[in-house]
Design a protein around this ligand. Sequence first.
Ligand code: SF4
Length: 498
Amino acid sequence: MSALPEYRTRILLERENVPLVKGVFVTQVAEHPEDLPEMPVYLKAQIPGATSRKSRGLVRRIDTPDEFVKNLNILLSPGEWGLAEGVLITEGVDLIAEYYAGCMLDFGSRDKLPGGVLLFSTEGGSGVEGRSGTLLKMDFSLLHPPAVEDIETELKNLEGVEEHAAVAGFLKGMISTYIGYRLNVLEVNPLGVLKDGSILAIDCRAEFEKSAVRKSDWDVFFPPGLRSSRDITELEKAVELINRDDPSGTGFFRQNRDTPSNEALRVATNLCGGGGKMLWEMTTGSRTDIFTMNESDTSGGLSAFKSYRILRVVLAQKDAQVLLLTGSGMAFQNQHHLAAAVWKALRESPTPLPSLLRFGGTDEDKASELFERVSSTLPVPVRTYPAVIFPNAMVDDIRDIAGEAGKTGEIYIPPEGEPSITVETPPGKIYFYPERWKKDEIPPSVAACPTGFLKWDISGLTTDPEAKCIGCLMCETAALLDGNAEILIYLEMPEVVD
Ligand code: SF4
């Protein structure tokens, strides 16, 4: 998934007549307009995918013309964050309230069509207490989106919002933008309320799949002559390699370029889906005691093989203290398979982290059951949470789990020699050890294969050429839990991670 910075997201919203705070985008100091808006103004470095920009100094309030030129120069020069595409200059406005609004994709399930989800919170960009009680979550059809009146009716059930008609009109414009440009995520945070009751987008961002962009919209999504540098870390390069070798599903990873304060807890994250990412940002965006080491999104029905690989990268981040994994609870991604990937990553990584895991989606109960069986065998403490738990409850546990002692784990030794089966897509090597399974009956590992790719006959293990390996890890999981470790899977990692 790719990200659109604020100034380009604004273009899309503007085309749908969504009201925005006044702003001008510049790529050079000399480009700034002579008639600046009245001070204060805000300077915002435009970097696709960057979040928590205020705490990272990428958003600055400016009160004098001198400060303006100096700070514009700084933000237009390469920094810890790389080189910004430019700087958005927006006027300061007096707000009487700040809200949050987001649209995201629900991939659906066997008994539910894919569609959109509208999230709206009266808590804006700050404060988490009681957030779940002030959150509106509204599913919508992509073919027949809701009318303004429908949204207004829903808003009237929510505490703390008074400008029902104006907000409903704004959210309708957001939904039109979201559907019209085939976005995966569209977020406005904060959505500001002025004294006269009118509503403005103060900050916004979007995520999209490159393949979904229409040619007619390339001017916004892929503008020529972008000056942004390829500021990429070793671990981000590793994820690019993983995506190159296994392009199915989303495998997004970007590290935070900022330096954490000494007191902040350093949290490595795996947020499965745009919804998980939004919930995390809403929950921790304003907290200085939590330092998010990275953004990562594994969703879109990717295999457990790929989830494992991205998790191994997430765990490899130097100085991380805790792993926090959460999904939106709506993404169409088998949680039992994901749990198998998490378990494998925690037992095979040379740097496992105490983990807070919130599974949500298909087979979420099986995911939790798996961890009930294996948590005590891991070298790090692990807690799991049901999907109904809002992420702020998990955040409250970060400090506790970071202080819990782990135990010495066995060093993972990968299987050696020629694998019994090599799977091309998703890439993986399956090792079968016949000496560990001498019984006549079918081994649990083969019985667990959901596609029938693994077969068992008189001669032992075979494969069905008509079936496909989907990289779910169920065979290895069953072999370790119910068999004699007769099947092991080796998933090669880029060198920097191993
Ligand atoms: S062989 Fe079967 S059980 Fe094992 S990963 Fe492939 S599809 Fe899953």
